[in-house]
Write a protein that binds this ligand. Structure first.
Ligand SMILES: Cc1cc2nc3c(=O)[nH]c(=O)nc-3n(C[C@H](O)[C@H](O)[C@H](O)COP(=O)(O)OP(=O)(O)OC[C@H]3O[C@@H](n4cnc5c(N)ncnc54)[C@H](O)[C@@H]3O)c2cc1C
Length: 427
């Protein structure tokens, strides 16, 4: 259980437009848990997408057998992990058990899925045991392509260079590197070309690290080296935030990392040294999706049918979250993975029952970003399925961004996190 309070939870607010629509469609399922099972669903990956799908399959389907396989013993959230890095939160604040998901009827197994037999509809776990499924849900998140940068694989393997782009031990280790850095040292964050997990995340990290340095090691330097030509998300707001750290934080666009050698980072036109190198590597869908032959979009991401979230190369396998090739303007975010989980859960229940899937799903997203230990800002969007183009498109006039970052939005951001954890994990 997180040490954060549960008093501000309001699960209903978190359902979102897509969930509300699907809930309406499936209202008739509630309370029907007594009869024979309508099918067996195995969900791989207990992060934002997978946990949500597992929970809502039980909530809306009732009579579905749901097994969730996750390699980690606990859920550790990437959202809010930048605050842990800055020293404003602790790991316990972003860590949750799967006990409540178990209480909700999901059979949660800890284990590593090593293979999928698409024809036989079975998955294999490390250790050799197998699980049969009628429908498979994969939400494996991301893995990295460090081979694109000379020396990066070896640097990551040695633990000398950290990404901390999957919350957990790396978050703790990067915090230690930051704390150990002398006042007057250089901390460098390298941002890969988009698309990558959480578009505003690296800039949030820059602000939170700068906030810590400004208070604790003011003679230090923070270099933000962005492979992209400009700030990818909430540009004007982050530019304003960066101005608050003028003299300490230096942002450089078009600064793609080419090679690493010790503490020396080679860019296209210059070399630089830093005490701490935080390299966020280029990314692709998680290893399991690649191994199953599902990466049909640029050899990096999984193309999906947005009405069911089924892979376009392997119908019957529903893929969620960061692993998917995104619809236009759809971010790789925890909130969006949660929404994918609900679209998939609703569709799977209908498919198992032989009924029609919702033809007009709507999903939404809000991403908060902290610019200090307290102040945050947000960007929000609503995405409606377009039958003619077979993809989600943003709804004109919906969504928006904060006018300024504020402490009030910082409180909203923490409430958002509490709510989405409660919604995804049945807390
Ligand atoms: C620093 C940072 C800040 C962020 N802030 C925000 C934010 O404020 N708001 C927001 O909405 N999003 C945010 N995100 C993005 C968010 O974390 C991701 O978009 C989200 O986690 C994607 O969910 P997912 O289900 O696709 O993957 P994940 O949540 O990563 O879940 C994948 C799970 O699958 C498991 N897994 C993978 N392969 C296997 C296997 N073979 N066997 C068993 N288990 C397996 C993994 O252990 C993992 O638990 C942030 C990300 C970062 C890095």
């Amino acid at each position: 259980m997180s040490t954060l309070t549960r008093t501000h939870f309001d699960r209903r607010r978190l359902l979102g437009a897509g969930a509300a629509l699907a809930a309406t469609t499936l209202a008739g399922c509630a309370g029907m848990a007594g009869g024979p099972s309508i099918g067996r669903v195995v969900v791989v990956g207990g992060g934002y997408g997978g946990a949500t799908a597992a929970r809502y399959l039980k909530l809306w389907g009732g009579k579905v057998d749901v097994t969730l396989v996750e390699r980690n013993t606990e859920f550790v959230s990437c959202p809010i992990s930048n605050l842990v890095l800055g020293g404003y939160k602790r790991m316990a604040d972003i860590t949750h058990s799967y006990a409540d998901l178990r209480s909700a009827g999901v059979d949660v197994l800890q284990g590593e899925v090593t293979a999928i037999d698409v024809t036989a509809r079975r998955i294999r776990l490390a250790g050799g045991s197998e699980l049969a499924y009628d429908r498979l849900v994969l939400s494996p998140g991301i893995d990295f392509t460090p081979e694109q940068v000379g020396g990066l694989s070896a640097a990551l393997d040695s633990g000398r260079v950290l990404h901390a782009w999957k919350a957990g031990p790396q978050t703790v280790a990067l915090r230690r590197q930051l704390e150990a850095m002398p006042d007057g040292g250089v901390f460098a964050i390298f941002i890969p070309r988009a698309p990558y997990r959480c578009p505003p995340g690296p800039y949030e990290r820059a602000c939170v690290v700068a906030s810590y340095l400004k208070a604790s090691k003011p003679r230090s330097k923070l270099l933000v080296l962005d492979a992209n030509p400009e700030i990818v998300s909430k540009k004007a707001l982050f530019e304003a935030a960066f101005r608050n750290y003028a003299g300490l934080l230096e942002y450089r666009p078009n600064a793609e990392l080419k090679e690493l050698s010790g503490n020396l980072a080679k860019l296209e036109f210059e070399d630089l040294r830093a005490d701490v190198l935080n390299v966020i590597p280029p990314q692709r869908a998680g290893d399991l999706a690649r191994q199953a032959g599902l990466l049909n979009m640029n050899n990096r991401w999984v193309g999906v049918n947005w009405l069911t979230m089924e892979s376009t190369v392997a119908p019957g396998i529903h893929v969620l979250g960061d692993a998917t090739f995104p619809a236009p303007a759809m971010p790789k975010s925890g909130h969006m993975a949660n929404q994918h989980g609900k679209v998939a859960a609703a569709a799977i229940i209908q498919l198992l029952k032989g009924g029609p899937v919702n033809a007009t799903p709507v999903v939404m997203n809000t991403c908060y970003s902290f610019v200090s230990g307290e102040d945050a800002m947000h960007i929000a969007s609503v995405h409606q399925y377009d039958a003619a183009e077979k993809t989600f498109k943003t709804v004109p006039g919906s969504g928006g961004v904060s006018a300024v970052a504020s402490a009030l939005e910082g409180r909203y951001a923490l409430s958002w996190a509490q709510n989405i954890w409660a919604d995804s994990l049945a807390l």
